[in-house]
Write a new protein. Sequence first.
Length: 251
Amino acid sequence: MAHRLQIRLLTWDVKDTLLKLRQPIGEEYASKARAHGLEVEALALEQAFGQAYRAQSHSFPNYGLSQGLTSHQWWLDVVLQTFHLAGIRDAKAVAPIADQLYKDLSRPCTWQVLEGAEAALKGCRERGLRLAVVSNFDRRLEDILVGLGLRDHFDFLLTSEATGWPKPDPRIFQEALRLANVEPAVAAHIGDSYHCDYKGARAVGMHSFLVVGPGPLDPAVKDSVPQEHILPSLLHLLPALDRLEGSPPEV
């Protein structure tokens, strides 16, 4: 009789997998600007943020830690550049807005737990699985998870800031396997990024699930990820684990 696979460790991405901002980033930035006497359109800030974030990530990967930056300074620079691209070039006027945004985005109340997340975490715990976070978040993550009541679900947290290895670097996944003392064949990762989460985990031999949300799938992802690895929401995780382990879903 063939030995049935039994998953022992589940590692989790956080942003847009377990949590999301309560309001879109453009609205968050516009609201703080308004409180400081600046009127900037939320859509313009949303678009500018995307540009600024990509440019900063390219020039100073993983919060610029290897180039002498802190994650705090990295984020302040992103905010300053976002407003600059949106037409506000007075850095002195934007500096207090940047400070406020950094503080506010550190607060649990700025974030919300996604549908199905708590039920999935509890269900995994009830099955005796070990759970851990593997995230490209910064040092603020633990306090956010504590404030939202999620921290106790996890045996340990690994962030790219703490380890120095941003996903999809194999070393952050390998460190999770080492800490949990499990082989990759009995571990699975859950996240919303095809490149960082799904491919990153599979590259070290782990199983992986891709959280895609309700929208249409990117054709490249659709062609590359088996249907049984795709989760429209975390409500689909436990049945997907049942299929992976070869056992019928519980009735």
